[in-house]
Design a protein around this ligand. Structure first.
Ligand code: ADP
Ligand code: MG
Ligand code: ZN
Length: 557
């Protein structure tokens, strides 16, 4: 076949089997690469169409393609979909009976199955290795490959054994796929699968149809209900950090007349499955969930994703928000942010093994920078994934649409750094602010601070003002948190340099992220809705949506 004929052939298969008339993004190039038997590394955002990249070549090549997938729900979802397309695919996992397992294996060996989905736990079982050694395997796809990396957001230790097992099956091409694009994770995956020489296909991570907003978490329950009232009847996901909070918020929403249900790993599997199905089938509008919900959930018309609690990492945040607007239409991503949440997570990390704890802290710190920064959210997210985004005003985030008012903070930042230095970098935020404002407290008295030049230098500004200065000095890395002593602030190298040669630095006004502390209240009807969720922002969104809808013929990515 000539190259042109081959391309025609791929396209007709795409239409004939899947019913799509066009490849999206890099799909075609990726498929060609796999068909040439080369190791292939695919990095594409959630919803961009990674599955097709191995499903189509699996049909064309001789033999059986193995797809390694981390979740039973995910496998089932895909196998059901493929079967509906008339493709013979099956999975091998702990939900099958002995009889079913034998039937699946027989069908694999006689060549009637083209794709076999396995969990890494099943793959490493001896009897399964023996069976796969007898099968005619064409290639191995490692889906959700970031599970290999401890830097990813869903690390799965069994994923680290995959390469060893593939080695036992022969010299097979590998295609690894993930939506996690940070350089750290990428490198980990390639090393672990020994595919440093793979051809890498990386797509842009810009989700142009998503609108990103971060709101200070002040009266979160009320804020949430107000937001949802504007989006009544639409499909959405609300992420919370704990199972307890999931239950509480689901209850709150029900009391307030929303069609919502909880989802977390502690629920009875039958209930969990029912809630998921109800969501997919539109019997429910809202799922309130822990991060256990969502990987591989293919619901195209999710209109909003709310992070009720601060996520543990930007990667997680990006993945979770990525579940909105998969159909290319509007998707609103709202996160509530407070320092209380960050402190809670830091305390939670405290007892982890050192390496793990340090990783978690770095990830969390990046999260804080993102939330507190006045810079375009889209630019920050893309930068995090190693992508430059130069557009001055993205039109799709709160910081671009409602820029925060800023002020020249050079002299203030200097005072904050000096205060940390002269107190020997042994104290936390509140104490530093007291020193700056010349307020006596037990430490100040015991420390003879009145001899210090910086003492009382900032007495004309309020406590809140100085807290905000210290926090933003942290965000701009002039100060840094002490790894070993929670709460203690140190001066960074950057901060020392700044003191020597101070330069212009703009801080945001109204920089306050303190929870009002009404979190423990009972679920009750929220009646005071006079201050409905930012009308102004909503109207801007509406017009943005229209524009996007008019450009619908454009692919969403
Ligand atoms: P990912 O794994 O990258 O998150 P999926 O493989 O689940 O994404 O695909 C997301 C959606 O895009 C699915 O509904 C899929 O059917 C659809 N899709 C994939 N490729 C195409 C295409 N070429 N044209 C139209 N729809 C596509
Ligand atoms: Mg996928
Ligand atoms: Zn922006």
């Amino acid at each position: 076949m000539t190259l042109v004929e081959e391309k025609e052939n791929l396209k007709s298969k795409l239409k004939e089997v899947f019913g799509y008339s066009q490849f999206r993004g890099n799909q075609e190039a990726i498929i060609e690469n796999i068909l040439q038997g080369k190791n292939t590394f695919v990095i594409m955002p959630t919803g961009a169409g990674k599955s097709l990249c191995y499903q189509l070549p699996a049909l064309i090549t001789d033999g059986l393609a193995i797809v390694i997938s981390p979740l039973i729900a995910l496998m089932k979802n895909q196998v059901d979909q493929l079967n509906a397309f008339g493709i013979n695919a099956q999975f091998l996992n702990s939900t099958l009976s002995k009889g079913e397992i034998n039937r699946v294996k027989r069908d694999c060996l006689d060549g009637s199955i083209k794709l076999l989905y396995v969990a890494p736990e099943s793959l490493t079982k001896e009897e399964n290795i023996a069976f796969l050694q007898k099968a005619n395997v064409s290639f191995v796809a490692v889906d959700e490959a970031h599970c290999i990396s401890e830097w990813g957001h869903d690390f799965r230790p069994e994923y680290r054994r995959i390469k060893e097992i593939i080695g036992l099956l022969g010299n097979l091409p590998i295609i690894a796929l993930t939506a996690t694009a940070t350089p750290k994770v990428q490198l980990d995956i390639q090393k672990n699968l020994q595919m440093e020489n793979a051809d890498v296909f990386k797509s842009s991570f810009n989700r142009t149809n998503l609108f990103y907003t971060v709101k200070p978490k002040k009266h979160a329950k009320k804020q949430l209900v107000q937001f949802l009232q504007v989006h009544k009847g639409k499909s959405g996901i609300i992420y919370c950090l704990s199972r307890k909070k999931v239950a509480e918020i689901a209850e709150l929403l029900n009391v307030n007349g929303f069609r919502a249900a909880p989802y977390h790993a502690g629920l009875d599997p039958a209930v969990r499955e029912k809630n998921q199905d109800d969501f997919l089938n539109e019997n429910l509008d809202i799922v309130v969930a822990t991060i256990a919900f969502g990987m591989g959930i293919d619901k195209p018309d999710v209109r909003f994703v709310v992070h009720y609690d601060v996520p543990k990492s930007l990667e997680g945040y990006y993945q979770e928000t990525g579940r909105a607007g998969r159909d290319g239409l509007e998707g609103e991503c709202l996160m509530f942010y407070s320092h209380n949440d960050i402190n809670k997570l830091e305390k939670f990390n405290k007892d982890k093994p050192v390496q793990e704890r340090d990783n978690a802290r770095i990830l969390l710190q990046e999260m804080s920078y993102y939330a507190e920064s006045p810079v375009c959210r889209r630019r920050q997210l893309l930068h995090y994934f190693g992508e430059e985004f130069e557009t001055e005003n993205c039109g799709g985030c709160d910081n671009c649409v409602h820029p925060k008012e800023r002020y020249e903070a050079k002299d203030f930042a200097k005072i904050a750094i000096e205060a940390a230095l002269v107190t020997e970098e042994r104290f936390g935020l509140n104490h530093l602010v007291d020193v700056i404002r010349g307020v006596a407290n037990q430490y100040v008295n015991s420390y003879n601070h009145d001899k210090l030049e910086v003492y009382g230098k900032g007495s004309e500004e309020t406590k809140d003002f100085w807290k905000s200065v210290v926090r933003q000095s942290l965000i701009y890395e002039l100060l840094q948190k002490d790894i070993d002593n929670i709460g203690v602030l140190k001066v960074s190298d950057k901060g020392r340099q700044f003191l020597q040669t101070p330069h212009s630095i703009l801080f945001a006004k109204d920089h306050e992220y303190v929870d009002a502390g009404d979190e423990e209240e009972e679920s009750e009807r929220v009646t005071n809705t006079s201050k409905a969720y930012d009308e102004n922002l909503f109207n801007i969104l509406k017009s943005l949506r229209k524009t996007i809808a008019q450009q619908k013929e454009l692919p969403p990515y």
